[in-house]
Write a protein of this length. Structure first.
Length: 617
């Protein structure tokens, strides 16, 4: 009997949260335990363990399903089954053994009394893995609110109202006079009948370039020189989102809309005066750079920016957007330098970024994934110009620390430097014949965005793609099977499955085994619903509540993604601070026990959604 109790004690004290308890509390809990056996396929609770009980899975596995039969979770050795702690609040959840299962059963009211002086332990019993992860992310987001500046500041703190407007029928001269009198550098052009219904925007740059330089008659309507595809942002947005939008699109004025009506105006100056030493400053320096060497020197600050943002408690989402914006600025400037050297392109084109840059999830010094989509007016002799462009830009990115793609997914590869009609053929072939290589190519190029050039070239390809993938169960089944080969690193015995890095250290690959599976799932959900967004969190928000994914599951995946990305960001920041190269290999011994449990919770969420996807296809 003593040997049996010792074995139970050894097992239980390694199960969270019991390891936080002192020895005398742990021994009191061990004496509470009764052991019960439940054959495969039977529902819990077993007949001999009725009432408010907590179960510890000693061997075997449990499956949780809701009243609709949807998989909620799977739990194995060392996991807690807490749903019966309050038997009258179980609801419509069904728990069934997936295999012959051995359980340790504890009377919950007595257990709660033993640990009443340990609220962290008691709260652990009251939450599921997804809830614990959600609580952790809520805590971290609260810290980010305190630490960050523009990150969580409403745009209303910066915009100006009323907005200076002018009717579309007014003259260019009228616009110049009004801007001079007000001391403004822009006017929003509205319909003749409604000053809150914008049709375009005119800036002092438009007056110089489109009127004075062209010798236009000043009495022409101001609509002659206005920009019609005006960018805007909705009221209630964060100031940081406005900053990133203006930085990415290289505009200095951003109208704020409310219910499709003009409300206010925010300028880049308003935001930059508030936020110093940030991504905007780096992109501004990049734009002024005259040589590749200057850009490369500026790019060395990207790692410092990531370290600074990590120290400030910035979310991984904002770090990814900031660094992606800088990478885009570097790419654009390299293209401009190339065009100044080689002359203008013979036909319209779009420079594309794929992967993490397209998703706006890039961290310091990732590898480069890019391509060119060229107008169908392209002639064979034009390819020499585009090859020079691709070589110049890819070499420049490499000088800036963005290594050449190991898989040669770059515009220097002729396969990824093609006219629009060929790209249409690529996507059509990948979807109709989803062999392993097609799925690999699709995984890369289903996450793609225009960085510079004619965005309509890619938009037409993506529109056709999304119409083809939406509801295409055969293709989605192949894509799902391919994605589900990458499993979270949790072993049967409830611990991490570790691999060796180059230094022979036992590590987890946070990107490959944690973040990538969520990115893959989000991509599949988005394609199944015809959603064009690339950003992982945005995809999950858009598919929440659709036939592809419940709102609760989307929230759980977002929490898991944010936590894993945060761990990765902080790990990379610590490596950079130590003068080492940033990588994705985290040794569990380098984080606290509590963080290890949150990490396991994140992996459980991923595994649950992967299992649900596997059941669906």
């Amino acid at each position: 009997m003593e040997a049996e109790l010792a074995e139970i004690s050894r097992f239980v004290q390694e199960v969270p949260p019991f390891e936080h308890l002192p020895e005398h509390k742990l021994q009191a809990i061990i004496k509470l335990i009764s052991i019960c056996y439940v054959p495969k396929g039977e529902a819990l609770p077993p007949a001999q363990c009725q009432g408010d009980k907590l179960f510890i899975i000693r061997k075997g596995a449990l499956v949780y399903r809701d009243q609709m039969g949807e998989l909620l979770g799977k739990f194995g050795e060392g996991d807690l089954c807490t749903i019966f702690c309050s038997a009258n609040q179980i609801g419509n959840i069904e728990i069934v053994t997936e295999e012959d299962t051995l359980l340790y059963c504890l009377d919950y009211p007595t257990l709660a009394e033993i640990v009443e002086d340990y609220p962290t332990v008691l709260n652990f019993f009251k939450c599921s893995a997804a809830q614990r992860l959600n609580n952790k992310m809520s805590e971290l987001n609260e810290e980010a609110v305190v630490s960050a500046s523009l990150m969580n500041t409403d745009i209303s703190q910066f915009y100006h109202t009323p907005v200076a407007t002018l009717s579309e029928n007014a003259s260019i001269r009228d616009a110049a006079i009004q801007m001079s009198e007000l001391g403004h550098s822009c006017l929003v052009i509205t319909t003749q009948d409604n000053q809150r219904q914008p049709v375009g925007i005119v800036t002092d740059k438009d007056l110089r370039r489109r009127c004075i330089a062209q010798g236009l008659d000043y009495n022409l309507p101001v609509s002659t020189i206005m920009t019609t595809d005006m960018l805007s942002i909705e009221e209630g947005s964060q100031a940081y989102d406005a900053l990133m939008l203006m930085t990415a699109k290289r505009v200095h004025h951003l109208p704020v809309m409310k219910n499709n009506k003009l409300l206010a105006m925010v300028t880049i100056t308003d935001l930059m005066n508030h936020e110093s030493q940030n991504a905007t400053n780096l992109t501004h320096l990049v734009r002024k750079a005259k040589t590749v060497e200057e850009i490369a020197q500026i790019s060395q600050m990207i790692g410092k920016l990531q370290m600074r943002m990590a120290r400030l408690g910035t979310t991984a989402d904002h770090v990814g957007k900031s660094i992606s914006a800088i990478t885009s600025a570097i790419t654009i400037r390299l293209i401009e330098l190339a065009e100044s050297q080689f002359g203008q392109a013979p036909v319209p084109y779009a420079w594309l970024a794929a992967g993490s840059q397209a998703r706006q999830e890039q961290f310091a010094h990732s590898d480069q994934d890019n391509a060119l989509i060229i107008s169908d007016d392209m002639l064979p002799e034009h390819d020499a110009w585009f090859l020079k462009l691709a070589t110049f830009v890819s070499d420049g990115l490499a000088q800036c620390g963005f290594i050449y793609c190991p898989g040669d997914i770059m515009a220097t590869n002729k396969q990824w430097r093609q006219p629009q009609k060929v790209w249409h053929q690529y996507f059509e072939r990948w979807i109709k014949n989803p062999n392993p290589q097609a799925l690999l190519n699709g995984t890369v190029f289903f996450d793609v965005a225009t960085i510079h050039g004619d965005a309509s070239l890619l938009n037409a390809v993506k529109d056709k793609l999304l119409k083809t993938t939406k509801g295409n169960t055969l293709f989605l089944a192949h894509l799902s099977r391919n994605a589900l080969q990458n499993k979270p690193p949790l072993g049967f015995f409830r611990d991490f499955v570790l691999s060796k890095n180059g230094e022979n250290e036992a590590v987890l690959n946070l990107k490959l085994n944690g973040i990538a599976p969520i990115v893959d799932l989000a991509r599949i959900y988005a394609l199944s619903q015809g959603i064009a967004q690339c950003n992982t969190i945005e995809r999950l928000k858009r598919v929440a509540g659709t036939p592809a994914l419940t709102e609760a599951s989307a929230k759980n995946l977002i929490d898991a993604y944010e936590f894993l990305s945060l761990l990765r960001m902080e790990h990379q920041a610590s490596k950079l601070a130590a003068g080492l190269s940033a990588d994705n290999f985290l040794a569990p011994k380098d984080i606290s026990k509590l963080e290890r449990e949150h990490l396991k919770d994140a992996f459980k969420v991923i595994k649950t959604l992967q299992d649900a996807r596997q059941s669906a296809y």
